[in-house]
Design a protein around this ligand. Structure first.
Ligand SMILES: Cc1cc2nc3c(=O)[nH]c(=O)nc-3n(C[C@H](O)[C@H](O)[C@H](O)COP(=O)(O)OP(=O)(O)OC[C@H]3O[C@@H](n4cnc5c(N)ncnc54)[C@H](O)[C@@H]3O)c2cc1C
Length: 498
């Protein structure tokens, strides 16, 4: 579906494309500037492929100086800029703007420094997530945040989305594993934020930039923390006859004082899809499974495993299996990590939702998602970071069937509203992008949104970086008609400011 910005998000310019390409050519080689529609096609969407837009131009710089010159030119001519890593984002964050420049960081793929004494790595933004762990494994180290897309997604995209993964329950999200970033601002300045020390003076801009979805600056370098590979790790696979029981078991594990390295839940549809795809050894007759990994020193892991096994059994597990070897542990996780593409084989299209709820509401919310699935007549597969309360319902639909995409979107919207209703949030780890921008009007009132806009103006007064993403304009919210949930309906003069 062609995606157009809301009129209140549109940044107007009347720059001649040929003249602008000539200006860009002063800094970039001809092959680093793409203008032919066929060359631009690969950039027309990210992982949320339901929405598409061809950028005005795309550029592939390979030096920080080039990025700065590109931003300076765009700033001078008021041309919107959308940064892009690997394009695996699931909320449309890297979706191009039709009259804007797509800035690919793909050529920034070098690991600049590995410092085992300080357990840090300094990397360019286009380095793949998994490449960091692969590079430092011979030193007995790894980079903990592990999105399921880690084979492809970049560290720049991870920072922009504050990405999570299976191991983030114990080891934290991207923001907790980041020390310093170098950022090019919209006017081409270079800013270093954070430090290699445990703390840095001033406002915590590192936390502000992490998860800012490319709206505040372009990350051109990052220093990340490395952790020692745990002495031992084992995973339990518990089967359940009802998904609500599995949800309640997850809350019980945390309630028992355990802190697993991973605590994931998959429902029947996801189990069967993953098993067909990868033969991970999952029980295809179970209504749900919980995967619970414990890691650390061998003795402690043994004690924790026994406690977790007991908690899972008391919670109603029909079977609890321990991985018997490292190969089996990896196999159990491989099934989970491949669950999205596996579910993708069940239906022409799927829509991956992402919201977070308090863990103790898991059972109830999973039941209500099942009811919504019946109401909308669309199947849903649940496979998610249950320990974090981070839901990923995958709604199956067929975009070629008239009205099915709209139905899937409406179903997804209801799930996000449900997350808010039970005290959760509309974001888990995939960001807001364009996908959840309307639901931001439900999550926040006008006062909070005004503060978000004030932060944006401090970094990017002309609103050129990734317009129409992550933070809705108040005009959009007024049109969506739901701002009154927490804020008040705004009078017209106040609306004019945004
Ligand atoms: C199969 C599959 C599984 C996934 N599993 C997970 C998961 O487990 N956990 C998770 O968190 N996510 C997951 N994702 C989502 C996605 O992989 C992450 O959001 C990832 O961080 C995006 O990285 P990317 O390099 O592809 O970024 P892109 O998609 O290219 O961009 C994402 C956002 O970051 C911005 N951006 C990119 N680079 C920069 C930069 N250098 N400076 C400033 N802004 C930048 C873009 O403008 C955009 O807003 C999954 C996706 C897929 C397809």
């Amino acid at each position: 579906m062609a995606y157009h910005l809301h009129p209140s998000e549109h940044v107007e310019h009347h720059v001649d494309k040929g003249l602008f390409i000539r200006s860009l050519s002063e800094h970039l080689k001809p092959e680093a500037i793409l203008s032919d529609p066929e060359d631009l096609r690969p950039y027309e969407c990210d992982g949320l492929s339901a929405y598409r837009a061809l950028p005005w131009l795309a550029v592939l710089p390979d030096s920080v100086e080039q990025v700065r010159q590109i931003l300076r030119l765009c700033h001078r001519h008021r041309i919107p800029v959308v940064a892009r890593g690997a394009g695996t984002g699931l909320s449309g964050g890297a979706l191009p703007v039709e009259n804007g420049l797509l800035l690919s960081l793909a050529k920034f793929n070098r690991i600049l420094e590995i410092d085992p004494e300080n357990r840090v790595a300094r990397v360019q933004p286009g380095v793949r997530n998994l490449a960091i762990s692969e590079a430092v494994a011979p030193l007995g180290l790894y980079y903990a945040p592990d999105p399921s897309s880690q084979i492809a997604c970049t560290i720049g995209g991870n920072i922009a989305e504050n990405s999570g993964g299976v191991h983030c329950l114990k080891y934290g999200l991207t923001v907790h594993n980041l020390l310093e970033v170098k950022v090019a601002t919209m006017d081409g300045d270079l800013v270093v934020v954070g430090s290699r020390a445990l703390d840095s003076a001033g406002y915590d801009l590192l936390a502000l930039l992490t998860g800012s979805e490319g709206l505040l600056g372009v990350i051109v370098e990052a220093t990340v923390k490395l952790l020692p590979i745990p002495d031992t790790a084992q995973v339990l696979m518990a089967s359940f006859d009802a998904i609500e029981q599995a949800g309640a078991a997850v809350a019980s594990i945390i309630g028992a004082g355990l802190l697993p390295a991973g605590l994931e839940l998959m429902d029947r549809l996801a189990i069967r899809a993953a098993e067909d795809f990868l033969h991970a050894g999952y029980p295809t007759d179970a209504a749900a499974i919980v995967l619970c990994e414990l890691d650390g020193m061998a003795e402690q892991v043994e004690t924790d495993l026994a406690k977790a096994e007991e908690t899972l059994s008391v919670s109603g597990a029909t079977e609890v299996r321990r991985s018997r070897s490292e190969a089996e542990r990896k196999k159990f996780w491989a099934g989970r990590k491949a669950a999205f593409p596996a579910v993708g084989r069940l239906s022409p299209d799927y829509y991956c939702m992402d919201g977070t709820i308090p863990r103790r509401r898991l059972a109830e919310v999973l039941r209500r998602i099942g009811e919504l699935s019946a109401e909308f007549g669309l199947a849903v597969a649940n496979v998610f970071h249950a320990g974090d309360g981070n839901l990923h319902p995958l709604i199956l639909y067929d975009a070629n069937e008239a009205g099915e995409l709209e139905k899937a979107e409406a179903f997804g919207g209801k799930i996000l509203e449900l997350c808010i209703e039970v005290g959760g949030t509309v974001t888990g780890e995939h960001g807001v992008g364009v996908e959840k921008i309307d639901q931001m009007c439900l999550q926040f009132g006008s006062a909070e949104l005004a503060q978000f806009h004030a932060v944006k103006r401090a970094f990017d007064p002309d609103g050129l970086l990734n317009p129409g993403k992550a933070v809705p304009t108040l005009h959009r919210c007024a049109e969506f008609g739901r701002m009154h949930v927490r804020g008040s309906r705004l009078p017209q003069p106040e609306l004019e400011r945004f």
